[in-house]
Design a protein around this ligand. Structure first.
Ligand code: ATP
Ligand code: MG
Length: 209
């Protein structure tokens, strides 16, 4: 048994719409796991996202199923239904409070693409979010985070020392692009796990028919 005084347990949290999940998400989660010595990364598909104005988001259960298919071969990855099962719009701060309670002996590391960092300050109880978690910003292609992170920490003192930079191999993959490709009949193979590609083909997701 590990002595809890010696070992810090760290839980990575990867929230998203995952419509669909793709290799950008998976690589970011895996790099964060290794770099920050996370014992687990929890994928949390959103229920009704308060910040997305897309009206045509796929059913939560389908997005959940695709995440499950995508992560099943990584023993350090897990999935949570906490947002899917919550009624009404789901706010990250509420999810993080639940995780804080359920994982009392873990430090929480909240992972997003770096470009999403500014969005957080428009979320409900942004200051509380940074009290609950450390933040990992995964750099997306063409994004230089260093000056940006410095500026954010100066403007938002609650984030001091809590913002971490994660370099992820350039992956210009996004769910938006995958959906558009499917609509146009263009290939999506190798942008996401084959099991997920087959799932969305089988369920005719994004084909617009
Ligand atoms: P959409 O295009 O529909 O917004 P998305 O590809 O951005 O989808 P989300 O489900 O919105 O995927 O993202 C979940 C999380 O993963 C967010 O924190 C986002 O910043 C991050 N993310 C998305 N794509 C990448 C990528 N290619 N590399 C690293 N992080 C990513
Ligand atoms: Mg997005």
């Amino acid at each position: 048994m590990n002595n809890p005084k010696e070992k810090v347990n760290r839980l990575g949290i990867m929230g998203g719409t995952f419509d669909p999940i793709h290799y950008g998400h998976l690589v970011a989660a895996e790099m964060a796991r290794a770099e920050f010595k996370l014992s687990k990364v929890l994928f949390i598909p959103t229920g009704t996202p308060p910040h997305k104005d897309r009206k045509d988001i796929s059913a939560a259960e389908m997005r959940y199923e695709m995440v499950k298919l995508a992560i099943h071969d990584n023993p350090a990855f897990d999935i949570s239904r906490v947002e899917i099962e919550r009624e009404g719009p789901s706010y990250t701060v509420e999810t993080l409070r639940v995780l804080r309670r359920d994982w009392p002996d873990h430090e929480l590391y909240f992972i997003t693409g770096s470009d999403a960092l500014l969005e957080i300050f428009s979320w409900r109880e942004a200051e509380e979010i940074f009290r609950l978690v450390q933040y990992i910003g995964a750099a997306r292609p063409g994004f230089d985070a260093s000056d940006f992170f410095l500026k954010v920490q100066q403007e938002h003192p609650e984030t001091q020392g809590k913002i971490h930079y994660l370099e992820v191999p350039a992956l210009a993959i996004s769910s938006t692009d995958i959906r558009a490709r499917v609509r146009r009949g263009e290939p999506i193979r190798y942008l996401l796990p084959e099991t997920v590609r087959l799932y969305l083909e089988q369920h005719r997701l994004y084909s617009g028919s």
